[in-house]
Design a protein around this ligand. Structure first.
Ligand code: COA
Length: 336
């Protein structure tokens, strides 16, 4: 699958630690046992140790070697509370409030990444996207050079040539109604991430209009966003605004956008908002037989990703490898 083997090779050279916020979930336990047998990733499972071990035994999974941390008995909790209060001081968070918040594994796990105990985090098997992402937005924040956190899905299916057909779609999961500047940033971040997955990005800013064929403020927004993205990254092939058929079908592109270097060959799609993006990638997944990996979060100062609540153990395993492989070689911040 795409650059997956390379990701595993990278992790074998430099194994990472990944925290799972839902440590007692059977899908997480199964994925952790598979990861442990590969020895290139060290899982940290959050939750009650007895419950997790009993669940693993019941399901027949070997999780020897996994670290299990229970927020209730974490020996560095005082230090974590202090750092949490420091990070949220503009919100006037008290130590009592911090302690209460840190009893929730989505916040506790995010702080483990912040403190450098783990390199990466994967959550969302039971938490909603908003509840998985919000702690990261509040505590990890954007990385230098990024103004927003956004997301991309990588879609993969077999092609007639025997190679995988790979697409990137953004932002289908985080920013509800991005403005022009945000769309431009989403596009360049998504294109950067697409490259990591082996895609040579050709970016289409999707609309119901192609190069002025339709009118309306949403059309203007996508055209302006495309222009702004071109200014951000002049070397990146970008087209917009453009309809989906003109973006992907060469015969339509010849008619609607004959001079475009992207039309007919786009592989990185920027949607106007989360509605269209979320619907769009799910259509590709369910009707187009694409496997969807993501949402891979972009612009965040650590590698933290969200699972679908409907995920299975194989998807957890795959996303864990992707998430760990995208972690910077340096831990985000050592504990103060
Ligand atoms: C991501 C999301 C949860 C953030 O919204 P929220 O929880 O209401 O968060 P807030 O607006 O209160 O912001 C919380 C913090 O995150 C920051 N933030 C919010 N969105 C951000 C973004 N896109 N990039 C960077 N920071 C962001 C805010 O500045 C704020 O920081 P502060 O607390 O230090 O002031 C929200 O945009 C959302 O629900 N998106 C859709 C998620 C979804 O349902 N996806 C579909 C399923 S895949």
């Amino acid at each position: 699958m795409f650059e997956f083997e390379e990701m595993v090779t990278k992790l074998k050279k430099d194994p990472k630690t990944i925290v799972f916020t839902e440590g007692s979930d059977p899908r997480i336990i199964e994925a952790a046992s598979r990861l442990l047998s590969g020895t290139f990733l060290k899982p940290i499972l959050l939750g009650n140790e007895k419950k997790i071990r009993e669940e693993a035994e019941k399901e027949g999974f070997n999780i020897n070697g996994a670290e299990i941390i229970d927020a209730k008995s974490y020996d560095r909790m005082d230090e974590m509370v202090d750092l949490f209060c420091e990070l949220r001081k503009s919100k006037g968070v008290t130590p009592e409030e911090a302690r209460k918040t840190l009893a929730h594994n989505n916040y506790f796990g995010t702080m483990l990444v912040k403190m450098g105990v783990a390199d990466a985090l994967l959550g969302g098997a039971t938490y909603s996207t908003a509840d998985t992402v919000r702690p990261a937005l509040q505590l990890i924040k954007t990385k230098p050079g990024s103004n927003i956190v956004s997301s991309v899905y990588i879609l993969s299916r077999p092609s007639a040539t025997g190679q995988k057909e790979l697409l990137a779609m953004a932002d289908c999961a985080i920013n509800i109604k991005p403005n022009e500047d945000e769309l431009a940033e989403i596009a360049t971040s998504a294109a950067d991430c697409a490259k990591i997955f082996g895609i040579d990005p050709k970016v289409a800013f999707l609309s119901y209009s192609t190069l002025g064929s339709g009118k309306g403020e949403d059309v203007d927004k996508m055209r302006h966003a495309a222009e702004k993205a071109k200014l951000r990254e002049p070397g990146l092939p970008i087209e917009g605004e453009i309809q989906f058929d003109a973006a992907v079908a060469p015969q339509v592109a010849k008619i609607k956008a004959p001079d475009s270097e992207v039309a007919g060959q786009a592989n990185t799609f920027i949607f106007p908002d989360i509605n269209s993006g979320n619907i769009g990638y799910k259509i590709a997944q369910r009707l187009g037989n694409f496997e969807a990996y993501g949402p891979v979060l972009l612009g965040l100062n650590a590698s933290i990703n969200d699972l679908s609540r409907g995920c299975n153990a194989t998807e957890v395993y795959t996303m864990a490898i992707i998430t760990a492989a995208l972690a910077e070689d340096k831990k985000p911040e050592a504990a103060k």
